[in-house]
Design a protein around this ligand. Structure first.
Ligand code: C2O
Ligand code: CU
Ligand code: CU
Length: 507
């Protein structure tokens, strides 16, 4: 029997959507077998890894650090032949890395030249809802939006990306995203590798599909349940990249900026690395591991040791999606392997600084007297607690300065994850037990394998606004766009939630 291409196979899929079809040995059986992507040892690593430039900034008369971002259409030479049409900020693909220090006030002008209404959200940032860049802060073509806020959180690897309701998946996939690094003096004093692009390397990982004309294929994977799962990896927009390293100890800032794919990152030689930070910043202590799994939107900072004259590949091993079932695992990426980035070291390396034993205070919200759980969120299908996103509905209001405990779980045999705007949260328990080391720092996004119950706690410290909501949602962008999202406001004690503006609500 001829081996059929993955794309052809996807068309057969509609015939029989059950794993039992496997037994029949027909087209669907082949589809199942053929739907695994494995690029291990198949890339030539011919392309130097692009490093997103640090964004220029100026301090204005009011003392605000000002940045200017311009979203535009560009093109990127990814495959031989025709260039791929892309979106970028201040460039063809992705955007510059913004960087600011705790305590600084930033003002960022975002100009939309892409000809479609979009928005730009500061993922992981604590800030007023009106500055958040969610679906209520859309930027029309030709317009400029200039949010401003004071950075008030520990050093962390955050990111920015579009968030227009119903089109987030497309806009992020096309490339309008970048990193936002927050610095603080305590973190600086630790002496961690911190020379940007030298021993402190951004690693933005995204999976793509291409059509025959080398353009991004935006169709959701047909037999899957999570939208686009791509067969080609770009790192900082570079396909099959290598990175030359001149240091014994290197910090990699990993961001899974994919629409749906989950990666279990590790090295092909199984070398250990130290996990030092997750979404909201540094962990209490470095944790030695060989794999770090990231679902869409999550970040991890790892320290990796190298010896002179070596080549080693960072790989995305098949992720552990939990109890998703064989069908979902196969078509939603659970069985795939990707080579991500080849590291080549120089014959002489700068010696490694000592790795501190303690990094930052552990999250320690005061949970005394907090109702446990304060709220419950069940994700299933394309809804949260059986409700689909409605731009005009505030799902709940929380009182300023309160601490809440949320129980979050996935009641569905497909993977989901959960992201909350405005806050970084503390993971209290996973199925009743203490969270693993990678969930012991501040988080804004967590992976939700089917049927596992997470309790997370957060403090809504300030920034009341009864009319402008923050979002909580599944960060599988296809799910989010289909309504797996809700809205909350932070209010003064006794204040009633208002009504969000509905100008652009007609999606
Ligand atoms: Cu990264 Cu609501 O998003
Ligand atoms: Cu966010
Ligand atoms: Cu989901």
């Amino acid at each position: 029997m001829a081996r059929v291409s993955r794309r052809a196979v996807l068309k057969y899929g509609a015939i029989g959507m059950s794993v039992t079809a496997l037994a029949s040995g027909g087209g669907v059986g082949w589809a199942f077998l053929d739907a695994t992507t494995d690029t291990a040892d198949r890339l030539d690593f011919d392309n130097a890894l692009a490093i997103p430039p640090l964004a220029d900034s100026e301090v204005d008369d009011d003392g605000r650090r000002t940045f200017a971002l311009e979203a535009d259409i560009g093109e990127l030479q990814i495959h031989p032949g025709e260039a791929t049409t892309t979106w970028g900020l201040n460039g063809d693909y992705l955007g510059p890395t913004l960087r600011a220090t705790r305590g600084e006030t930033v003002a960022i002008s975002v100009t939309n030249n892409i000809g479609e209404t979009t928005s730009l959200h500061w993922h992981g940032m604590h800030l007023p809802a009106a500055m958040d860049g969610g679906p209520h802060q859309e930027i029309d073509p030709g317009d400029t939006w200039t949010p401003t806020w004071t950075i008030d959180q520990p050093a962390a690897t955050l990111w920015y990306h579009p968030h227009p309701h119903g089109a987030t998946a497309q806009h992020v996939y096309r490339g309008a995203a970048g990193l936002f690094l927050v610095d603080d003096p305590e973190a600086d004093a630790l002496g961690l590798p911190s020379e940007y692009g030298v021993d402190d390397i951004p690693v933005i990982v995204q999976d793509k599909n291409f059509d025959r004309a080398n353009q991004f294929n935006e169709s959701p994977t047909l037999m899957g349940d999570v939208g686009i799962v791509g067969d080609t990896i770009l790192v900082n927009g570079t396909h099959a990249p290598y990175l030359e390293v001149g240091h014994e100890l290197v910090r990699l800032r990993l961001l899974n900026a994919s629409n749906a794919r989950v990666f279990a990152f590790g090295f092909v030689d199984e070398r250990e690395f130290q996990l030092i930070a997750t979404d909201g910043g540094l962990l209490p202590a470095p944790h030695t591991m060989t794999r770090i799994q990231l679902s869409p939107g999550e970040r991890a900072e790892i320290l990796v040791s190298f010896t002179p004259d070596e080549e080693v590949v960072l790989r995305g091993f098949p992720p552990d999606l939990g109890r998703v079932g064989a069908w979902s695992s196969r078509f939603d990426g659970g069985d795939d392997t990707f080579d991500i980035l080849q590291v080549r070291t120089a014959s002489e390396l700068h010696s490694a600084p000592a790795i501190p034993e303690e990094l930052a205070p552990a999250p320690d919200l005061d949970l005394d007297g907090v109702e446990n759980p304060t709220r419950v969120f069940q994700l299933a299908g394309r809804s949260i607690n059986n409700e689909h996103m409605d731009m005009r509905r505030i799902n709940f209001a929380t009182t300023v300065d309160s601490v809440e405990i949320w129980e979050v779980f996935n009641g569905h045999a497909t993977h989901h994850n959960f992201h909350v705007h405005d806050v970084q949260f503390q993971v209290i328990s996973v199925d009743g037990v203490e969270p693993p080391p990678e969930l012991r720092g501040w988080k804004d996004t967590i992976f939700l394998p089917p049927y596992e119950r997470f309790r997370i706690a957060m403090h809504f410290k300030n920034y009341t606004d009864p009319d402008v909501p923050y979002m909580y949602h599944c960060h599988i962008l296809y799910h989010e766009d289909q309504g797996m999202m809700g809205q909350f406001v932070v209010v003064e004690p006794g204040q009633e939630p208002g009504l969000p503006e509905t100008d652009h609500a007609a999606h």
